[in-house]
Design a protein around this ligand. Structure first.
Ligand code: FES
Length: 118
């Protein structure tokens, strides 16, 4: 998890996030999330995945939804919210919205534990 890459749609790794996580989904794809949190609000977020096009779209949607929201608001982001924003509607791809939300919530948990709020 070193180095920083930058691609459109907030895809990239972050060197010194306040919270981060990576999760490997049942499909075998891995999602990483990196959060900058200031005064309880997500001020920056990026993701990285080796997954399919739908997982990239859903990762981008998840970080876009998280930015500017409080920790409590981010915890309410659901896979359905992400699928809506990403435009993922097919039954086969809908599971791709679950992976970034799981990763986002784990990154928040990492932040909460690290900051002594968890
Ligand atoms: Fe694995 Fe899309 S097939 S996240």
């Amino acid at each position: 998890m070193s180095g920083e890459t930058s691609e459109p749609g907030n895809m990239g790794r972050m060197n010194d996030p306040d919270g981060s996580a990576w999760v490997t989904g049942l499909c075998g794809d891995t999602m990483e999330m990196y959060l900058v949190i200031e005064n309880g609000t997500v001020t920056d977020a990026t993701f990285f995945t080796d997954g399919c096009g739908s997982s990239r779209a859903c990762g981008a949607a998840a970080v876009a939804l998280a930015k500017g929201k409080t920790v409590e608001e981010v915890l309410r982001i659901s896979p359905a919210d992400v699928a809506d924003v990403a435009g993922v509607t097919s039954g086969n791809d809908i599971h791709c919205a679950i992976l970034p939300v799981s990763t986002l919530h784990r990154a928040l948990a990492d932040y909460l534990v690290r900051s002594g709020r968890g």
